[in-house]
Design a protein around this ligand. Structure first.
Ligand SMILES: NC(=O)c1ccc[n+]([C@@H]2O[C@H](COP(=O)([O-])OP(=O)(O)OC[C@H]3O[C@@H](n4cnc5c(N)ncnc54)[C@H](OP(=O)(O)O)[C@@H]3O)[C@@H](O)[C@H]2O)c1
Length: 256
């Protein structure tokens, strides 16, 4: 019996938990407010799901999805995650997380930063470059002709293989983008990030620009994200996007 732990059970966490339960994997959810606050989500997911503290979710999981705002990464439970394969979905949004000079200058990547904190964990950056609403609509069973590929990055080859196996069970192929130092290749607003999975790329880019402007001016965005059903992205196309993308530092981004 396999168990997937979650630290962070928001938009990304709950969508992945639904796929895990559908694939016959038990899930242990956690967040910052405590297990009681997840009762409704656990009830929706059914008997394969329970809620716990982040430490308990980390200890229970054969893999652990860490899906929280970057600002909270120093609160991740280091001892409980040591030795574990950790799937890190975290992205850096300075307007949400505060500025981090080493990321603004490109001296490090978000994956390296989180790995540095989680000494002993085997970090694999994953599910960080697809919009939450495309996770359920683009997941396909193993062997389907129209499977979508997602990039992964990590420094531990065995952990990457284990993460790729889990991701395949959840419904996606993977493309190895290299070590965590190359994780910038699919950070926000790079070529492989979110847009290639969108049925309306122009609407997606326009939404980011508008959201960035709205947040900078302290107003609410006028339009919701273009939550279409998405388009499958084959592995070969993703490989090309990863190889050719320029790096996007904070100063180059519309939404930062
Ligand atoms: N949404 C997307 O489309 C998307 C796509 C790719 C990557 N990402 C990245 O993935 C991460 C999660 O995104 P999201 O949209 O799922 O965020 P979200 O909906 O805001 O959920 C964040 C989750 O993290 C939990 N959390 C916050 N601080 C915590 C802590 N110290 N310990 C344990 N749990 C904590 C929150 O719990 P409480 O509610 O109890 O505070 C919540 O369950 C972010 O870094 C985001 O940038 C998001």
């Amino acid at each position: 019996m396999a168990t997937l732990g979650f630290i962070g059970s928001g938009n990304i966490g709950t969508n992945l938990a639904r796929l895990a339960v559908a694939a016959g994997i038990d899930v242990v959810l956690s967040n910052s407010r405590g297990p009681e606050s997840l009762a409704e989500t656990v009830a929706e997911l059914g008997e394969r799901a329970r809620a716990a503290t982040p430490e308990e979710a980390a200890r229970a999981g054969d893999w652990i999805v860490v899906s929280i705002p970057l600002a909270a990464y120093r609160r991740l439970p280091v001892a409980a995650l040591a030795g574990k394969v950790v799937l890190d979905t975290i992205n850096y949004y300075p307007m949400r997380d505060g500025h981090i000079e080493a990321l603004d200058t490109g001296r490090t990547t978000t994956g390296e930063l989180v790995q540095e904190h989680l000494a002993g964990a085997r970090l694999v950056k994953a599910f960080s470059s697809i919009s939450d609403f495309h996770i359920p609509s683009l997941a396909r069973p193993e062997g389907a002709a129209d499977r979508t590929a997602l990039p992964i990055a990590g420094d531990d080859p065995e952990a990457k293989a284990s993460a790729a196996d889990l991701i395949s069970r959840l419904g996606f192929d993977t493309v190895d983008a290299g070590p965590l130092a190359d994780g910038w290749r699919f950070e926000p607003e790079t070529d492989p990030y979110a847009v290639p999975y969108s049925a309306d790329p122009d609407a997606m880019r326009a939404f980011w620009a508008q959201l960035g402007e709205a947040l900078r001016s302290g107003t609410m965005p006028q339009t919701p994200p273009p939550a279409d059903a998405g388009v499958p992205l084959p592995a070969a196309q993703l490989r090309t996007l990863l190889a050719d993308t320029p790096r996007k530092l904070t100063a180059d981004r519309a939404l930062a």
